[in-house]
Design a protein around this ligand. Sequence first.
Ligand code: UDP
Length: 249
Amino acid sequence: METPQQPAGLHRRVLLKISGESFVRPGERGIAMDEVLHVARQTVRAAARGVQLAVVIGGGNILRGSAFTAGNSGVQEATAHSMGMLATVINGLALQDALESLGAQTRLMTAIRMEGVAEPYIRRRAKRHLEKGRIVILAAGTGSPFVTTDTAAAQRALELEADILMKATRVDGVYSDDPEKNPHAMLYRELTYQQVREQNLRVMDATALSQCMEHGMPILVFNYRRDGNIERAVAGERIGTIVSGRRDG
Ligand code: UDP
C-alpha cells in the first residue's frame, strides 16, 4: 500500500530529527510524558497528511557520551557513547507509546540489536514500513560511538532517500548568534552549506553537515515548540531556516 496522493508542496518522505531535550522541560533531565505527548501529537498530525515519517531520536535529556569524557570519569569514551546510544532507545520507547496512544501505527528500530524491545534497523525493512504509512522511530543512533544523533539523522535521511532532513529545535531556525543569549541575534531564512561552514553556524555537527552537503540533502531547522510547526514543515510551508546547496533568492 502506498501513501495517499499528496498535495503540491507536501514532502513525500521526511527524516525528522528530535533531540532528547524536547522530551523534558527546559533545564530538566529525564522524561516528561506531557512533553513527549506534545511532540507526538504534532508528529501524528503531520503523518496524517500522508507524508512518510522517519524519526531519529536523541538522548541528551538522559545522557550524552561527552559527559563522561572530560577528565578521569572511570568510564571509557567508547563505553560512554554506548550509554548515550542506549539513552536514545529509552526515548524511542517513550515516543512509540506516546504515538500509539494517539492511534498511530509505529515501528521502533534500533541500530544496536535488542530484539526483546525493538526491531533491528534494516534499511529495506524501514523503507517498507514507511511505504505502509507507519511512523518509523530510529534509535541507538548509528550504532557506532564518537558521533551524535545528528550524524545518524544525516545517514538515515540519505539511505532512506528522504526528501529533506528536518531538525526540530527550541528556536525558530539558524541565527547569527545564540538567540537564547543574544537578543540581537539575526534569524536566517536560507543558507548554503558553505555559509554554515564558513560562519561556523550552529545547525548540526560537522560530520552531519558534511554528509548532507556532499549528497545535497536539504536541512530544515525549525521550532517544534510552536504548535503545528511539524505539520507546517512537512507541508512545505516556509518556516525556519533551510540549508541547501543554493539560494533561491
Ligand atoms: N551516540 C553515539 N553514536 C551515535 C549517536 C549517538 O555514540 O550514532 C551517543 C553520543 O554519546 C551522544 C548520545 O549518544 O552524545 C546521545 O545522542 P545526542 O547527544 O545526539 O542526543 P541529542 O543531543 O540529540 O538529544
